[in-house]
Ligand binder design. Sequence first.
Ligand SMILES: Cc1ncc(COP(=O)(O)OP(=O)(O)O)c(N)n1
Ligand SMILES: Cc1nc(C(=O)O)sc1CCOP(=O)(O)O
Ligand SMILES: [Mg+2]
Length: 211
Amino acid sequence: MNPHRRQRQHSPRGLYLVTPDDADCGQLSARVAPLLPFATWLQYRNKAADPALRRHQAAALQAMCAEAGVALIVNDDPALAAAVGAAGVHLGADDGDIAAARALLGADAIIGVSCYDDIDRARAATASGADYLAFGAFFPSSTKPAARRARPELLRQAASLPLPRVAIGGITPDNAPALIAAGADLIAVIGGVFDAPDPTAAARACRALFT
Ligand SMILES: Cc1ncc(COP(=O)(O)OP(=O)(O)O)c(N)n1
Ligand SMILES: Cc1nc(C(=O)O)sc1CCOP(=O)(O)O
Ligand SMILES: [Mg+2]
């Protein structure tokens, strides 16, 4: 079995690092490499890249993740996840359905679903075979300023569902403890790590919140 997919059998916890849009392949790899020791999962997300660049960057990150023992999850695009042998895919409301992704990626793949502030969407995703549920945005996000906002109480409510809960949106090492106390199993972070004065220290601090 792919060792990165084996995590699906356990209860994943920790930092779910998400990449910033960065068109420079070498720079993206150099920014991510020192952070991988602190990440449970890495999501490749680049909303600005064309398909060729996305393919190139996803393949480079997959090689780094395989080396580091971190599961790579590709945002939006099950076909790209399959092409580079990633561990899974993250699907939002506009990104296609779980069944199609499952058919393409197989039973072991990690398929995550955005639930925003909507517990009914989380129930439906659970019934459709999702592997984790993402809620947010919990804090103002400079990456996604117009993101719908969610309250920590939603994480408590989602404890009734049998899947890992991911919190996203404006998360930093300073504000994450309230979300973890509310039940977040993973914190998904872009700016709170990559825009920090010392990204490695920020990633380490996120990781330490789960120990
Ligand atoms: C872990 C995680 N949670 C939520 C999202 C957002 O997905 P989506 O709503 O499809 O928005 P985009 O990221 O595609 O702009 C995510 N990517 N990851
Ligand atoms: C990609 C994304 N999705 C969100 C949601 O609420 O679904 S918030 C968000 C942005 C996450 O980046 P940062 O950590 O910089 O705020
Ligand atoms: Mg999406």
